[in-house]
Design a protein around this ligand. Structure first.
Ligand code: FAD
Ligand code: DHB
Length: 394
């Protein structure tokens, strides 16, 4: 079946969902195709920290009703190393904060809003065999098979590839047009969601001889915790008791105990830095993880995806009205922020993790850097500025 839409969007993660909403607010229609089911998208455990700019963006887009009620504002973090836990006060250092609100909740909020605004067909969940074609023309084509088996061909004015790292849009760009820069890290994160109130008022990033650990949270009743593990680790060799014992050891401080509870979800995430550029070929634009991946330390992935889309919506609006300046600047504009976050995530990651086979020099350099950040206002401000995030486009 043939149809027409101004913008075709591949992928209903945070980037694709927010883009369809921002375009609708500008009077631009889009078709949004997602390979997974709605239930799967709403249950997928991922990021949890929203930068100041992400919160403002969602608020300005009218998507923050639940975020404003349930999000937990955090004015700092703890850095733990060498047997001490030291606080960094972001409010004092930058006047900015971050908000803990799970990516799953952001996704649920935008899905329900799109369906309320545009009807049950607003998002084509469980679509298969997605293809993008005619990329050398002004009318690129998006093809997919709907959940009920009908093959669609949608002629568009532009296509947004918001389909994540393993999607089809980036590989659809002709060979030789993209440059990719990539680094795999020799460790991974084992993450758990636990039915237990957090044992801390602010997130704890812990440097420990046995490996990095992070204590985060989702709600006043649910904790989210991570452990550095080897990239080839088998989740089956991590029963809940072993996870809690390891977390307790890496966070140990005299007079402080880690509360334990039932594990609701667990998984292992590999760690990679990856940037592909430019983020555009003709009228195919990439946004979010389809163009770049950061390791999770510092919580930048979700925020970068939202920032890309904050640029892409006005860029597509202009392009469709014959004013291509923002679209022409889109890739370079986004890549500025992408590289800043890529550096920050790499820096946080390498400062806090144990590299297999590292020598005493590496450990001492890490500890010196951690002492510097927690004693120098200038160094602390740099971390705080990057963590709370650069200003977003308005
Ligand atoms: P995604 O959320 O990946 O969305 C892409 C969507 O496209 C998906 O719904 C996918 O199903 C869909 N799709 C893929 N292929 C197709 C196709 N062919 N056709 C149609 N649809 C398709 N970041 C942090 O900041 N902190 C964290 O703790 C953290 N943990 C993470 C854990 C995991 C396991 C992963 C994978 C990522 C994590 N991230 C984390 C990164 C963060 O979640 C991502 O940066 C964010 O989801 C990016 O949003 P996105 O919309 O660009 O991509
Ligand atoms: C979370 C994830 C991160 O990568 C991080 O740096 C902080 C918090 C989280 O999932 O809550």
């Amino acid at each position: 079946m043939r149809s027409r839409s101004q913008v075709g969007i591949v992928g209903a993660g945070p980037a694709g969902l927010l883009l369809s909403h921002l375009l609708a607010q500008r009077g631009i229609d889009s078709v949004l195709i997602e390979i997974r089911s709605r239930e799967y998208c709403e249950a997928r455990q991922r990021a949890g920290v929203l930068e100041d700019g992400s919160v403002r963006l969602l608020r300005e887009a009218g998507l923050a009703a639940r975020l404003d009620q349930q999000g937990i504002e955090h004015g700092g973090i703890y850095l733990q190393f060498g047997g001490e836990r030291r606080h960094l006060d972001f409010r004092d250092l930058t006047g900015r904060t971050v908000t803990v609100y799970a990516q799953t909740e952001v996704v649920k909020d935008i899905i329900s809003r799109r369906i309320a605004d545009a009807g049950p067909g607003a998002i084509q969940f469980s679509a298969t065999d997605t293809e993008v074609a005619d990329l050398d023309t002004d009318r690129p084509v998006l093809r997919y098979t709907s959940e009920d088996g009908v093959r669609y061909e949608v002629t568009c004015d532009a296509i947004a590839g918001c389909d994540g790292f393993h999607g089809i849009c980036r590989p659809a760009m002709p060979a030789g047009t993209l440059t990719t820069v990539e680094r795999d890290y020799p460790y991974a994160w084992l993450g758990i969601l636990a039915d237990v109130p957090p044992s801390t008022d602010e997130l704890i990033y812990a440097h420990h001889p046995r490996g990095f650990a992070l204590h985060s949270l989702r709600t006043p009743a649910i904790s989210r915790l991570y452990l550095q593990v080897s990239p080839d680790e088998d989740i089956a060799s991590w029963p809940d008791e072993r996870i809690w014992a390891e977390l307790s050891e890496r966070f140990a401080l005299p007079g402080w105990t880690l509360r334990q509870g039932p594990v609701l979800d667990k998984g292992i995430t590999p760690m990679r830095s990856f940037v592909s550029s430019p983020m555009r070929y003709g009228r195919l634009f990439l946004a979010g993880d389809s163009a770049h991946i950061v390791p999770p330390t510092g919580a930048k992935g979700l925020n970068l995806a939202l920032a890309d889309v904050a640029h892409l919506a006005p860029a597509l609006d202009g392009l469709l009205r014959g004013r291509p300046a923002l679209a022409d600047a889109y890739s370079a504009t986004c890549l500025e922020r992408v590289w800043r976050s890529t550096h920050f995530s790499w820096w946080m990651t390498t400062m806090l993790h144990q590299t297999p086979g590292a020598d005493a020099m590496e450990t001492q350099l890490q500890l010196s850097q951690l002492r510097y950040i927690t004693t120098s206002r200038a160094a602390a401000t740099s971390l705080a500025e990057n963590y709370t995030g650069l200003p977003f486009p308005t």
